[in-house]
Write a protein that binds this ligand. Sequence first.
Ligand SMILES: C[S@@+](CC[C@H](N)C(=O)[O-])C[C@H]1O[C@@H](n2cnc3c(N)ncnc32)[C@H](O)[C@@H]1O
Length: 398
Amino acid sequence: MSASAVHGPDALRADMVRALRDQDAITSEPVAAAFAAVPRHRFAPNAPLELAYDLHRTVPVKKDEHGLDISVMSAAHLQAVMLEQADIQPGMKVLEIGSGGYNAALIQELVGSDGSVTTADIDRDIVDRARLCLDAAGYGQVNTVLADGEAGVPGGAPYDRIMVTAAAWDIPPSWIGELAEKGRLVVPLTVRGTTRSIAFDRDDEGLISHSYRLARFVPMQGEGAAKERKALLRDGVAVQTDDVRVRLNAEALNHALDTPRLERWSDAAYDLPDELELYLTLQLSSPARLYASKDLVESGLVEASALLGVPVLVNENSIAYRTRRENGDTGGFESGVVAHGPQAEALADQYVDLLRHWAHNHRRRGAATIRYLPGSAPSPLSQSTVLKRHGVVAVSWH
Ligand SMILES: C[S@@+](CC[C@H](N)C(=O)[O-])C[C@H]1O[C@@H](n2cnc3c(N)ncnc32)[C@H](O)[C@@H]1O
């Protein structure tokens, strides 16, 4: 018998809230109360109850012509983490970019009757669907707007909080301009192919991170969409970058994969993978990501680290990327590098130095402070500074 046959939606919702607390996704009473109050299944009317109340799975809402998700109801775990990052108080004015209805209803619970919530989506189908779900669930006071979030929603500004719920490649001037003086922007920002939900507060120079968390989101569409280059080395292996300075010679890199593999081990523990990934992404001198299909990983050609994408160091004819192996002494894992091509040794040495440097100096949660500085880029750009269209992302490590 399925869980929903035994438990109705109310019991499933109570279980969800308990589990979100146990996993430290919910850490405050107001967020727990909001999750307990909003009937999540009413925003996923065609999904099985178990899926609607699953902590970590998204509920598909709309796909593109290739079958890729362009709109989903986000996973409850991620929504809880981001609402905690946002620290929404009663009476606040909040803008959500990327609609669905459910998260806007949670925000409405948090701001209460003295606050206001506006949710904007670029897709008319999504706005219409959100409106129907919000009305049916008793959240008629939430404003729904059809708009490309790149321009914000100036009519309701300034906002105490802006929450973006699609992966953004940059921070357009409108989001900073429409934020109240002590406002907070929570945005899944993609930096060199790696996305983190960052809670940014305003400071004199622009924005400064208050916290950052692992996040996966459908990409932002419209004016602000990411422009990435992808080099397909062969069926099932690709290297992707958004940095114009990185040259990708697909033929030479593919040839490199057929040369003997070089391994280098760091003697350093492989743990806190999301923190290490952020560090590598920002510190590699040729920022790019390597992706490999399950078939090619199973064939032994590429390491499993590339299944979801791994930071890769490339030059004109060689390639090096992170891997791991079991560490018999500690029971954990050790980080290492696999490299191919005529300059495999040099790239592997550079990469392994970064693994060791991180392990000795920055191996902790929250070691990065991320700033967003709007306007033109400083010259020259330092290694931890990433050029965007409307400003730069600058990261310092503690
Ligand atoms: C993950 S879904 C939002 C989930 C939703 N907040 C919820 O309550 O579950 C991401 C949404 O962002 C929207 N989107 C993508 N690009 C956008 C843009 N430039 N402006 C506004 N919405 C955008 C998509 O249409 C999609 O509906």
